[in-house]
Structures are given as structure tokens and as C-alpha cells.
Ligand binder design. Structure first.
Ligand code: ADP
Length: 465
């Protein structure tokens, strides 16, 4: 951009000098020629009355006039030709064409009373015709003087002027180049500042940038600052996730180590205690496995839409199957699992991911319920969406916790969740799966009364562009 700007500025400043140079030289040339023509004409007009007086045009010889004609020719190293009314050449200072007749356009025009001048740039000569009028008359023409002079001087003068202008032009170009160079540098400087900011290293982008130099850079800075906040939030959540993951994975391992160590520390371990501890260790292994499985599910959900296997699916059947699998767990707490649906819903979904999402919701509704409670799963639809509602008669979620429950590893009551085998990843997985289907999920809950999750998913899957 800077180089382009430099070229543009340079061109803008140089182009007029070229036009100016052409104009100056042209003007010089025309003026010089005009001057020369009027000079020749005025000198010739000093002789023309004599030609009339001495009847030179009628054929009379006059040495005096011959000399004057020669002088006239010598004045510019040129040639003077005298023609009478019959277009015959009476006198030629080069003595080449005397006696000949010339009929040329200029000659005819001049006999019509119109003096002509003709500058031939290529051949470098100037030809001027001067009519000879009879005494006292202005319009009649008795004869003609044709004066041709070389214009080498004019061409030389033009050459010299051209050189001078060229030097001037060179200086101007040099100045313009310098000015363009600095101007382009100054104009582009704010952009270099942005680049420098963009190249900041490290996980977090430290500072907002401000560049009020131009509107464009201001917009750019604002966009950068928004991006910075987004990236920082992502980086923060990534770091938090990593530290959470290691913490969560370490906890069961630490418990196992304590259990194993205490067994090893005792010489004679009673068989019962041994079994007891081994039981606890197995539980911890199960827990570790569950966390790892949940993490894997979450990682799968984090991938792009390309990983979705979309199929036309009967959602009623899908829910029935999920409830069938969960019924034994519900039965343990004597919880009633109900399914409600007024019509058959067919939608394009990824069965595995949607099953996981719904299972997590229903599982939570059972886990965080009261003994003898109930869970109701209802399905509905309109033209474009199906709506799933999972209601329970459980403990509810405190209002201030509701905004966090979809976050990874968030649990309202850590120890309770741990007791019942929660990892804090279930709702994160659910939300991700729903989002992959371009759906939405909401929670409504009242502490001590129960919780309702509502899910809205498009019936037809629309792949992203
Ligand atoms: P967990 O594996 O701990 O169940 P989730 O991500 O599934 O993790 O849920 C996060 C937290 O939200 C849970 O620990 C629990 O405190 C709360 N929660 C989720 N569903 C319900 C529900 N139906 N009733 C009450 N609390 C719930």
C-alpha cells in the first residue's frame, strides 16, 4: 500500500511538469516563429515600394534593388525570390530558378491580397510571402516577395530551453519523490502501528489499541479491540478448562492413592476392610472413566458441523428409547417417568448427539429429584421446529446459579453432584449438541419446586454456508 501510495503521489506531482514542459516549449517555438515572421515582413516592406517605383516588376533592372534583395536574404542566411504578376520568377538570390514560373497555393493566396507564412518544423525552414501593392493601393497585388529562411536558431534555442526545463524537471521530480516518500510514510504509519499491535506475542492480547488518525484506522482499532476481548475470553476459558480438567482428573487418582496407601501401610489387613477399600477404589476408577468419557463427548461436540451425521429421525421413538434406558435408575428412587406427545415428530438430526443431549437432561431431572418425585418429558412441534420440555419435581436451581449451569465443570453443589456421580460436563455437552443443530436451550427453575428445560430444534437441518 505504501509503495502504491508513493507511486500515485509521485505521478500526481510529475504529470503536470511534463505537460508544463511541453507547453513551455511549444509556446516558445510559436512566439519565436511569429516574431521572426513579423521581422521579415517589416524588413521586406521596406523594399516593396521601391520595386513598384523602379518598375522592377515590369522587367527593369536595378542594381540597387538587387543589392538590397541580397542584403535582405543575407540577414537570415535565407533566400529571396521575386515574382511578377504572371508568376514568373524575376529574381532569385540563389540564382537557381530565375525565369521559371511557380504556381503554389501560398503564391495564389498571396496574390489574392493575403500575406502567408509557413513554418516547416521538420525541414527547419520558414517561408514568408510579402505582396507588392501598386502605389496608393492596398488590395491589388503586382508581384510577390517570397522569403525563405532557415530556422536552425529557433530549433537550437528550443533545444537549450528544453535542457534547462529538463534540469528543472529533474529537480522537481527529485523533490516530488522525496515528498511522496515521506507523505506515503506518514499516511501509512497508523497501519504499521496496527500491524505491530497484531504481532504481539503470548496467549492474552494485553492492550486495547487506539488510532484516531483516520476514520478507517479508528474502525480498524475498534474491530481489533472487539476481537481482542473475544480472543481473551476464549483464552481465559481455555486456560480455566485445562486447569479444571487436570483438577478433576487428579481428584479420583488422589483418592485411589490414599486408599491404596492406607492398605499398604497395614500389615495384616482384614479381608472385609480390604474389600471395602477395593470397592471404593473401583468407584473412583468408574468416576475417572466417566469424566474421561464426558470429556471425549465434549471434544467431539467442539468439532465442526462436518462431524454431524444427519438423519431423518422419529423423535418420539428416540425419546421412548432414552426413557426406557433410564427407567431402572428412576425406579431406584421411585421416580415416575412420563412421556407426553400429541403428534409424531420427524426431524433431521444427528441421532447419537441428540440422544446424548436428551439423556443428560432426563438424567439430571432424575438425579436432582426428590424421592417419589416425577419427571415429565413432552414433545411438540410447529412448521419449522420441534420443542422438547423436560420438567421435574426436584430441588430446583438457585436463580443466581442458572446462568452458569451450562458451563463446563460447573456444579451448584459440588459435593452433592459428586456423590451422585456428576462431572459438571453434562449440560455443557447438551448445549453444544443443541447448538450444532442450530437449536436453543433455556432453563426455568424455582428452588425447592423443580426445574424445566426447554429445547427448540429446527426440523430441517440447514448446513452452514
Ligand atoms: P453434573 O454432571 O454435575 O450433573 P451438569 O452439567 O449436568 O453436571 O449440571 C450442572 C449442574 O446444574 C449440576 O451440578 C446441578 O447442580 C445443576 N442441575 C442440572 N440439572 C438440574 C436439575 N434438573 N435440577 C436441579 N439442578 C440441576
Amino acid at each position: 500500500m505504501r509503495f502504491r501510495l508513493f507511486l500515485i503521489l509521485l505521478f500526481i506531482s510529475i504529470a503536470p511538469t511534463a505537460v508544463l514542459k511541453y507547453g513551455i516549449l511549444r509556446n516558445y517555438e510559436t512566439q519565436s516563429v511569429d516574431q521572426r515572421v513579423s521581422l521579415i515582413r517589416s524588413r521586406a516592406q521596406m523594399i516593396t515600394p521601391l520595386l513598384e517605383e523602379t518598375e522592377y516588376l515590369k522587367g527593369k533592372q536595378s542594381e540597387d534593388i538587387d543589392t538590397q534583395l541580397l542584403q535582405l536574404a543575407d540577414l537570415w542566411n535565407g533566400r529571396v525570390v521575386v515574382i511578377n504578376r504572371n508568376f514568373r520568377i524575376l529574381r532569385d538570390t540563389f540564382s537557381l530558378d530565375e525565369g521559371k514560373v511557380i504556381i503554389a497555393e501560398e503564391v495564389l493566396r498571396s496574390f489574392g491580397g493575403e500575406p502567408t507564412s509557413n513554418y516547416n518544423r521538420g525541414a527547419r525552414f520558414l517561408e514568408v510571402t510579402v505582396p507588392v501593392h501598386p502605389t496608393g493601393e492596398e488590395t491589388a497585388v503586382d508581384g510577390l516577395l517570397i522569403i525563405s529562411v532557415p530556422t536552425d536558431e529557433i530549433v537550437e534555442g528550443k533545444g537549450k530551453l528544453s535542457q534547462a526545463v529538463l534540469v528543472l524537471q529533474g529537480i522537481l521530480i527529485l523533490f516530488s519523490a522525496l515528498a511522496a516518500f515521506y507523505a506515503s510514510r506518514i499516511l501509512v504509519r497508523p497501519f504499521s502501528k496496527v500491524t505491530a499491535s497484531f504481532e504481539e506475542k503470548g496467549g492474552f492480547l494485553e492492550e486495547d489499541i487506539s488510532m484516531p488518525d483516520y476514520t478507517e484506522t479508528e474502525t480498524l482499532a475498534a474491530a481489533y479491540n472487539r476481537m481482542r476481548q473475544r480472543l481473551n475470553a476464549q483464552e481465559e476459558s481455555r486456560q480455566e478448562f485445562v486447569s479444571n480438567v487436570s483438577h478433576e482428573l487428579k481428584t479420583p487418582l488422589a483418592s485411589m492413592k490414599v486408599l491404596a496407601d492406607s492398605l499398604l501401610a497395614q500389615e495384616e489387613v482384614p479381608n472385609e476392610l480390604y474389600r471395602d477399600f477395593m470397592n471404593d477404589i473401583t468407584e473412583e476408577v468408574d468416576r475417572e472413566t466417566k469424566i474421561i468419557n464426558d470429556l471425549l463427548s465434549l471434544v467431539k461436540m467442539d468439532r465442526t458441523a462436518a462431524d454431524l451425521h444427519i438423519q431423518e429421525t422419529n423423535i418420539n421413538d428416540l425419546i421412548e428409547l432414552i426413557l426406557k434406558r433410564l427407567r431402572p435408575i428412576a425406579a431406584k428412587q421411585n421416580i415416575d417417568l412420563e412421556q407426553e406427545s400429541s403428534r409424531t415428530v420427524i426431524a433431521q438430526i444427528d441421532q447419537t448427539k441428540m440422544t446424548l443431549a436428551i439423556t443428560n437432561l432426563v438424567e439430571n431431572a432424575i438425579k436432582y429429584n426428590k424421592p417419589d418425585g416425577w419427571v415429565r418429558v413432552s414433545l411438540n412441534m410447529d412448521n419449522s421446529f420441534f420443542f422438547l420440555k423436560v420438567e421435574d419435581s426436584g430441588m430446583g436451581i438457585p436463580e443466581d446459579a442458572q446462568q452458569f449451569i451450562f458451563e463446563r465443570f460447573y456444579r451448584v453443589d459440588k459435593s452433592h453432584s459428586r456423590e451422585i456421580g456428576g462431572t459438571g460436563l453434562g449440560l455443557a455437552i447438551t448445549k453444544q449438541a443443541i447448538l450444532m443443530h442450530h437449536g436453543a436451550i433455556r432453563v426455568y427453575s424455582r428452588e425447592g419446586e423443580g426445574t424445566t428445560f426447554t429445547v427448540r430444534v429446527p426440523l430441517r437441518y440447514i448446513p452452514e454456508e
